[in-house]
Design a protein around this ligand. Structure first.
Ligand code: SF4
Length: 227
């Protein structure tokens, strides 16, 4: 009887080599972003630059608006340290989404004259776009979940309606864009938490391999019946 063939180590080695290459590319990109001074107003009011963070490659990338004054501007990690971050990460955990990358349209906290959060200006979003593109090129997500109207318009185009209740998805360059409310909107009580949780389950279904979608369809319809 012939001895069983030894499994080739080549795929594992290739996997580790590619993971290492990803880490190096991510570190180089972060270093470049951390030194960015393109937006004069934001350089003055930010505490730090907040590059995107998470899995590379990623199944899903979340793109929010900007680091928050009480959150990422303090912690240096997108969607941490404030109520929006807590809710987003709770929803990700609840839906058991794996391999996510989290970032924003801009990487510096925009403030108004009174020191409050403000929306980034169109030129600030445009200045930061190359950083976003570089992050997404590295994360290579199949799905980009756009958190809020401004993020959706920046990613999908100004003429595409923002309607998360319609579970809207469109495709851009091989990537699926998924419209979602920003967690701050849900925290204000403007959108039911239960429905928001279901939106994340739908996101999981979108990201799932085809064979698992049926089981998730059942889960979604059951949670719909309950809620
Ligand atoms: S928002 Fe983006 S482009 Fe503007 S200074 Fe910060 S990192 Fe640079």
């Amino acid at each position: 009887m012939r001895p069983p063939k030894a499994k080739s180590a080549a795929p594992r080695i290739a996997h580790y080599a590619s993971a290492r290459a990803n880490q190096l590319a991510l570190a180089a990109m972060r270093a470049e972003i951390l030194g960015c001074v393109r937006c004069e107003a934001l350089v003055r009011c930010r505490s730090r630059v907040v590059p995107g963070a998470g899995a590379t490659p990623a199944a899903i990338a979340f793109v929010g608006l900007a680091p928050g004054r009480l959150g990422a501007d303090r912690t240096g990690i997108p969607f941490t340290g404030d109520r929006s971050g807590v809710l987003l990460r709770r929803m990700i955990g609840h839906a058991r989404l794996g391999r996510v990358f989290i970032t924003n349209l801009v990487r510096c906290n925009p403030r108004d004259a009174l020191g409050r959060n403000r929306d980034p200006a169109p030129d600030e979003i445009a200045n930061c776009r190359p950083h976003l593109e570089a992050e997404l090129a590295l994360a290579r997500p199949r799905i980009v979940a756009c958190l809020g109207r401004v993020s959706w318009r920046a990613m999908a185009g100004p003429d595409v309606p923002f309607d998360p209740r319609a579970r809207l998805t469109i495709e851009r360059g091989g990537t699926i864009l998924y419209a979602m409310y920003h967690p701050a909107y849900v925290n204000r009580g403007a959108y039911p938490l239960k429905t928001y949780a279901r939106d994340f389950i739908r996101l999981r279904r979108l990201a799932a391999p085809r064979r698992r979608r049926l089981a998730l369809d059942v889960a979604i319809s059951c949670s719909g019946a309950a809620g």
